[in-house]
Design a protein around this ligand. Sequence first.
Ligand SMILES: [Zn+2]
Length: 286
Amino acid sequence: MIQDIAPLKLNNAYHRKKPKNNSRMLGFFDRMIYLKYDEKIEFLTYEQWTDTRREQKKEIPESVYLFSIGEEDYFLTDIAADTQIEGFAFHKMFSVRTMQPMKDVLAAATAWHLYVWYRDNQFCGRCGTKLAHDTLQRMMRCPKCGNLVFPKIAPAVIIGLTDGDKILMTKYAGREYKRYALIAGFTEIGETAEETVAREVMEEVGLKVKNIRYYKSQPWGFDSNLLLGYFCDLAEKAEIQLEEEELSLAEWVDYKDVPDDPEGLSLTREMMVHFRKSREKNHQND
Ligand SMILES: [Zn+2]
């Protein structure tokens, strides 16, 4: 999955660091990220960035330290939409999903998550004053009313609903992602993740579930999520009642027909393959 970059590790401890020459400078515009892609992702280094700005006799914008992966520090900065550096361009975040290597896909998604939070929290939501960076932790602080604003993570569940040898697979209506998915949804205020599982299945396909089991979780910065994967069993046989605003398709798929996961990126697809392999193992013993 996106976070599986061992032996490397994403270190997200907050520091007030300054960029070094080899630091990676990440900038966003719309839902796009500035990078060079030629089989491998290459982010702008601080050296390339400062050289370019000096040549163009422009100021070097401020940057915020994000995290490190291995020896490399990643910073967020303002890269203007008209920036021209050879080989570099703004690429859609959606297209980054299928790029390589995985550590830089993880870096792009995590940086995007932090960027969205910084972008949307420049002013205090309580009194309207401009917020300031805290010096000790990843937090914005209101100098006037004392409001503390922490990074926002939206928990959501991914649901592997199974009935014997079949798993319920879906396709979303009106989204860029066109392939099979699993039922998924945001946790609402006041409910447990297990309650989200039962509610989302009822809302999206009108089915009752039982035996809800936690599987694994995954940070998914593309949509500011923490995804929690659960498997559960169908409690009562019934017709699928499709919620057509959310889904274009929901159908029971036999384990033998579950597609492979060559990207190895998402929890959803890992769960599908996990289901297929567990049933294959069961049937070997038949
Ligand atoms: Zn305030």
